[in-house]
Design a protein around this ligand. Structure first.
Ligand SMILES: [Zn+2]
Length: 314
């Protein structure tokens, strides 16, 4: 049976070349699609046609200088965009546009009611990218563009973003820090890269109280996450009553992930997804767009995505 859960993926995402030995590599997506085909979940998903996002939508969250810089750097085949480990190849700018286009297509399908929810298996990831800065393997902030797109195209007033990637989504927080129409909530290992995301960062100006950071010590696992969701994230969603829920779905808080030290399992991701989906059914007709961020174990990542999808399809 075909579900009302969509899946965004394109072979071009594999062409974003980050160089030998880089953890954010094409094999991540390959491991996901291979696994979903093998267990025959692939055929139950609604596969979507996607296009590169028009640049006008990027300008809702990024500066023109940032877009020009990315375009130029990629055209030159510049390997590192930030003096660190955010790498890009000649094709990377176009592929980043396609990743944003994928999340916009997902947003269309969910806001139009054609699909209940969508998971976007995209790369490059986005939540570290700030208005003016590529960072942490991220070029464009996919989820931030989706939030503004839903607001401007579909008059969605309030958007909630849940970011359970093991790293704090500094870019997304930065973009919406003064904005009360976008509730940003993050669980992440702390202190840890990128060193933002303390409890005391709560938003500013009109946005004060609309950023919720829940730092986790190294070694925290499912119990701490269920508690954070039960006591803080789900009640905040119920109070805020968003028109759409977006998830920065990184799977690097898995215990087998090589980049971090939290202890979730694939079942944990299934449980957290069910909690969000049940709340979405109550507050926003079930509308969820979930977007892949991190997740670097090629065995834990596909199994975690499977558990996430099964909970979205239930
Ligand atoms: Zn991460």
């Amino acid at each position: 049976m075909i579900s009302k859960t969509g899946f965004v993926y394109h072979d071009s995402f594999l062409k974003h070349d980050t160089g030998a030995g880089h953890p954010e590599r094409p094999g991540r997506l390959q491991s996901i699609t291979d696994h979903l085909k093998e267990i025959k979940l692939w055929q139950q998903l609604q596969h979507m046609l996607i296009d590169e996002a028009p640049e006008e939508w990027l300008l809702q969250v990024h500066s023109l200088e940032h877009i020009r810089f990315l375009k130029h750097a990629c055209s030159q085949g510049m390997m590192t965009l930030d003096g660190g480990d955010t790498h890009a190849s000649k094709e990377s700018y176009d592929i980043a546009l396609l990743a944003v286009g994928g999340v916009l297509a997902a947003t269309d399908a969910v806001m139009n009611g054609l699909l209940q929810n969508v998971f976007c298996a995209v790369r490059p990831p986005g939540h570290h990218a700030e208005r003016d800065k590529a960072m942490g393997f991220c070029l464009l902030n996919n989820i931030a563009v989706a939030a503004r797109y839903a607001q401007l195209k579909y008059r969605a007033e309030r958007i909630a973003i849940i970011d359970w990637d093991v790293h704090h989504g500094n870019g997304t927080q930065h973009i919406f820090y003064n904005d009360k129409s976008v509730l940003y909530m993050s669980t992440h290992q702390y202190p840890f890269y990128p060193n933002t995301g303390s409890r005391s960062e709560r938003g500013a100006g009109d946005g004060e109280g609309y950023t919720l950071n829940i730092p986790m010590f190294a070694g925290a696992g499912e119990e701490e996450f269920i508690e954070a969701f039960t006591e803080e994230i789900i009640p905040s969603l119920e109070n805020f009553r968003p028109d759409l829920i977006l998830i920065s779905a990184g799977f690097d808080a898995h215990r087998d992930d090589p980049l971090a030290n939290l202890e979730l399992t694939e079942e944990s991701f299934g449980k957290l997804t069910s909690m969000v989906a049940e709340t979405a059914a109550k507050v926003c007709n079930g509308r969820i767009v979930s977007i892949l961020e991190g997740g670097y174990s090629l065995t834990a990542l596909p199994r975690s995505v499977e558990a996430h999808l099964r909970a979205m399809m239930a």
